[in-house]
Structures are given as C-alpha cells and as structure tokens.
Design a protein around this ligand. Structure first.
Ligand code: NAG
Ligand code: NAG
Ligand code: NAG
Ligand code: NAG
Ligand code: NAG
Length: 470
C-alpha cells in the first residue's frame, strides 16, 4: 500500500534536492525544472535555453505504471494541479505517475524573466514551441521512468488538459502520437479560426447561464447596467461617482478608461459563468458555489429606485468575483492578468466573438480589421495568416487522428468551438449537460450530477482501452 502523503521521508528527499513541495487538496507534489531550448529549431552554438517548471507526484506510482501528464494552459501550473483532482482520483487504480507541466511564458516558466513580455522576446510564445517543450519534458520522463524497467515501443503516457491546455493535449496526440498514447481534452475550443460563423455563440452561452442561474431580473439589470455606466461617464461628476463607488484603483478620466471599464465588466460576467461550479472553488480566484447565482442574487434582491442605488448594488455584486476573499484594496479595471494569453489570442488562437440583441452584452459585431488593428497597437503584431491554426491543426476535422476524448460542458461558452459528437471509433466527443468549464477534470464531489460522473467514467474507459487494460 502506498502512502497518500510522502511524509517526512519525501520531504527530506526534496529538501536534499533543494526543491520545494506544495500540496493541492492534500496531494504532495514535488517541484522540478528542466532546461529546454527557447527556439526548438535553432541550430547555432548559441542556443538560448530556459527552465520549464513541472510538478511531479510519485504517490500512486508503481514502477512501469503509466504517466498521466497534465498539459498546462494559460496560467501558473499550481493552479491547474489544485483544480484537476480527477487525475489524482484515478491515478491510484492505474498506479500512475502524475506530472503537471507548465506552459512557457506562464507562471515561473519565463524565458527572459520579467522581460519576457517585451515585443522582441514574446515572439517565442507559439503553440509549436509549446508543444515541443511538452515533447521534450515527456521524453525526459520516459528516459527517467522506463529505462531498465520495461522494454516498450509504445509508452503508456496519457495527456490531459482543459480549455486551451486541452487543445494542446489533443494537438500533442495529433502531432506527436509517439509522445502520448492518448489525450483527455476537456472544454476544447478545437475549432480556432477567424471564421465569423456563429460568432454570437460565446456570449449567448454566457447569457443563458445567467438566465438559468440568475433571477429573472438579472439579465435585465445587467443590460441596464451598461446604459447607467455609459450615461454616468458623460460627466466628470459621474465618472468620479463610479470611481468612488466601485473602488477603482485609478479614477476614470477618459473615454478610453470607460471603454476599459466596460470591458472589465464583460470579462467578469464571462469569468463568473466559466467558474459557475456547484461548490466553492479557488481556480485562479476564490469564488462561492454557483457564483452566477450569488452575483445575480446580490443584484436583484436589492431595492434601488435610482441610478445611484443601482451603481451601489452593482459594485457590491461585482465584488462576488473581484473580492470574495475580502482582501482586495481596489479594483484594477485595466485587466493585465490575461496579457500573455491575449497575445496568443491576437496571434494564433483567434476566436471570433460578437454580441447581438439577444444576449446581455453591448452589441458589437466581429470586425477582423478592428481586431487586427487593436492587436497591432497592443502587441505590435501583424497577423499575416489569421487562419494558420486551421492549416496547422485542422480545426474540427480530427477524423484522421486517434485516441482523443473531447468533452465539453453545455454551460461553457468554449463549447461553441468544440466538437459535440463522436468523430470516429477512437475520437470521442460528448456534451456534459449543465457543465461549466472543464468540470470533468475536477475532483469528484458528492454533489456531482450524473452527467459529470458519466463523463469521468467515459474518460476512464478511454484510458483503459488505450493502455490495453481490461
Ligand atoms: C519579477 O517581478 C516580480 C514582481 O514584480 C518580482 O517579485 C521578482 O523579483 C522579479 N524577478 C526578477 C528576476 O526580476
Ligand atoms: C441614459 O441617458 C439617456 C439619454 O439621456 C436616457 O434616455 C436613458 O434613460 C438613460 N439611461 C439610464 C439607464 O439612465
Ligand atoms: C430612493 O430610496 C431611498 C431609500 O432607499 C430614499 O431615501 C430616496 O428618497 C428614494 N428616492 C426616490 C427618488 O424615490
Ligand atoms: C473588499 O472587501 C473588504 C472587506 O469587505 C472591503 O473592506 C474592501 O473595501 C473591498 N474591496 C473592494 C475593492 O471592493
Ligand atoms: C461515443 O463512443 C463511445 C465509445 O465507443 C460510446 O461509449 C458512446 O456511446 C458514443 N457516443 C455516441 C453519442 O454515440
């Protein structure tokens, strides 16, 4: 019987190696770093390298057992480890080694430290480079874990990922099928492309989540909110009032500030819906169970008879997302947290979004020229081929590949760009009714519904079939 925690022995071992550990949801993980080339296809004697961070847990591992590799997405890797309990839940029965690999340019895996985001340095942030990093780390793991243990021509290594990281897990299997035997890819917007077809879907799904989990008045009040902010912003007095009531870190002064504030509000609505889990979570930020419902309750059970009252209650409702911990001094409406990911959205990961009358957002058409101009202004990038990602990875057209599970939640706006039905006998796709963003990768919980339970069962049977386990 393997101990759940490595305990003192494990801790000492890590200390000796100078590594530190941390424990997501009670599981011990060791932090390691591995040197990778900055540009995997540079052939000079001055190849720059940097460290990719990865977390590893031997707790359930039996020699020769499979490796479950979580492919990091747009954030620091600890956050994914803390929110992917499914992998820990099933690792024991497989005797699997668990590894979480951080994506370059996120968390600590910064090629140029704090300078990494300068235009001359950020250009090494591409999906082919990121995939090469993962292949590189996996190859290292193969050598370390399987050498002298078993002779293998097909290594039992399974990739997992959610959202953008899920797309990478699927692409890893597609592009490097000798690297991983299969991929569990949850909430994957597999169809990245600049095509405007159904660009309204994303905000429509967000709106439906608010309609479903909020009170009737919620969507109406959110719509009213845009007008109130826009009206108030027409005068200095109004801008000052908003700045004070919403505890903004910088006072609103320009039309550009107001645009940013409106964008900040829209982002909060999207993030509330993405994180509308049925229990409290701490996935990049701490939130109550069903945050959409909590937000809407705050907004609609309050009585307000004028603009000032509305602004006040809106401020309190927004705090459900921004300040659930109660520790935030002021609101930074200029959102810089997604700076790196937005660079990727500008370059490779183009996802057309537009809002229309039927959703709760301010109407805005998808305008590629405007989008490209904004990207140029913000990052200095010009996109020579906005559809490169379709050429590179094929979009929804995954029928030529094998051993990929694509799951998506019906309440997840990323399902708009996902595959919904089985593609072939080895490419499975399915919907999780009521599911928010990659719920199936979270740990099992007594309050999970049958759709979530079935999705996880489905994942386990897929993995068993790949690993040839009865
Ligand atoms: C990078 O910035 C962070 C936060 O501003 C700081 O704590 C850290 O020391 C900096 N690292 C380097 C290598 O400059
Ligand atoms: C915003 O201003 C317009 C024009 O002054 C007015 O018709 C509208 O009722 C105002 N809306 C709100 C929500 O205050
Ligand atoms: C709005 O309600 C507040 C109390 O909640 C009251 O003091 C105020 O007079 C009301 N304003 C109007 C215009 O009815
Ligand atoms: C966050 O919550 C704390 C405690 O309620 C409060 O003192 C603080 O002003 C809030 N900050 C923001 C930005 O809302
Ligand atoms: C998809 O394929 C899996 C595995 O064969 C099967 O269990 C599932 O029922 C299929 N789903 C649909 C909708 O046909």
């Amino acid at each position: 019987m393997l101990p759940l925690h490595l305990g003192l022995f494990g801790y000492l071992l890590w200390s000796l190696h100078g590594a530190h550990s941390f424990e997501p949801a009670g599981y011990s993980l060791e932090t390691r770093y591995i040197e990778v080339p900055l540009d995997h296809l540079e052939w000079t004697d001055k190849v720059k390298t940097f460290n990719i961070k990865y977390l590893i847990s031997h707790v359930y591992h039996v020699p020769g057992g499979p490796i479950f590799v979580y492919i990091g997405g747009k954030g620091n890797i600890e956050n994914y480890a803390q929110n992917s309990g499914f992998i820990f839940d099933i690792a024991k029965s497989f005797g699997a080694l668990i590894v979480f690999i951080e994506h370059r340019y996120y968390g600590e895996s910064l090629p140029f430290g704090n300078d990494s985001f300068r235009p001359e340095y950020i250009r090494f942030l591409t999906t082919p480079n990121a995939l090469s990093d993962f292949v590189f780390v996996i190859d290292h793991l193969k050598k370390e874990m399987y050498e002298n243990v078993v002779a293998l021509d097909t290594y039992p290594i399974v990739a997992f990922g959610g959202g953008y990281g899920g797309a990478l897990a699927a692409w890893l299997r597609m592009k490097y099928p000798f690297s991983v035997i299969g991929a569990i890819a949850s909430s994957v917007p597999i169809e990245y492309s600049s095509s405007v077809s159904s660009c309204e879907c994303f905000y429509d799904v967000v709106t439906k989540t608010f309609e479903r989990y909020g009170r009737d008045q919620c969507v109406k009040t959110i719509r009213l909110g845009w007008d109130v902010v826009i009206n108030l912003s027409k005068s200095k007095m109004g801008m000052d009032f908003l700045s004070t009531k919403w505890k903004l870190c910088q006072r609103l002064t320009t039309a550009e500030d107001v645009e940013k504030l409106l964008g900040w509000m829209a982002t909060i609505y999207v993030k509330l819906s993405l994180n509308n889990y049925h229990y409290p979570t701490n996935f990049f930020t701490s939130l109550p169970a069903y945050p959409v419902k909590v937000f809407c309750d705050k907004l609609t059970t309050s009585f307000f008879n004028d603009t000032k009252g509305l602004v006040e209650y809106f401020g309190q409702a927004l705090e459900v997302y921004t300040n659930y911990s109660g520790k935030l001094a002021c609101n930074e409406f200029e959102d810089t947290t997604d700076y790196v990911y937005n660079y990727q959205l500008c370059t490779e990961l183009i996802m057309p979004k537009c809002s229309v009358d039927s959703d709760m957002f301010i109407n805005s058409p998808w305008n590629y020229e405007q989008f490209a101009a904004d990207c140029k202004k913000k990052y200095g990038v010009s996109n020579g081929n906005p559809d490169w990602i379709l050429l590179g990875y094929g979009g929804k057209n995954v029928k030529y590949f094998s051993n990929i599970v694509l799951s998506s939640g019906q309440m997840d706006p990323y399902s708009c760009y996902g595959a919904k039905t089985n593609v072939s006998s080895s490419i499975w796709a399915f919907d999780i009714a009521d599911g928010p963003h990659h719920i199936d990768l979270r740990n099992s919980d007594v309050s999970d519904n049958n759709y979530i339970i079935n999705a996880r069962r489905n994942h386990v049977s897929a993995i068993k079939s790949w690993l040839n386990i009865a």
